[in-house]
Design a protein around this ligand. Structure first.
Ligand code: ZN
Length: 117
């Protein structure tokens, strides 16, 4: 399936290809619990993801071990995806940013990042 997504102000736009998304991931680590985002269960491989607009609108936040790039739009503050420092370009996507998906209706896997990260 082809999916399209954006931040809230649409400065950042992206598309990716994936199998039909039927499940999702929510994590309770100190940053995810604050974002409260429902994320893709897998990382989208770089060849199947493209940022179509907004490279300059993105800013990046890192914390702790600084092993994750938490990308966010510097205009609207929404965080459409993140990737790992050692696997750049493979994104876990914020499903609330993706057209045609109702994140809260998916089968949500709860990851205990608070205790496991
Ligand atoms: Zn934005």
């Amino acid at each position: 399936m082809k999916y399209q997504g954006s931040c809230h102000c649409k400065s950042v736009q992206f598309e990716f290809e994936a199998k039909e998304i039927e499940s999702a991931l929510q994590c309770n680590c100190s940053i995810c619990i604050r974002k409260n985002a429902i994320m893709s269960k897998t990382y989208i491989e770089p060849a199947k993801f493209s940022l179509t607009q907004g490279k300059d609108a993105l800013s990046t936040y890192q914390w702790g071990d600084k092993d994750v790039n938490h990308h966010f739009c510097k205009y609207c503050g929404i965080h459409p995806f993140h990737d790992l420092v050692d696997q750049p370009g493979a994104y876990r996507v914020n499903l609330g940013c993706v057209e045609g998906i109702e994140p809260r209706r998916l089968a949500i896997f709860e990851f205990n990042g608070r205790d496991e990260l």
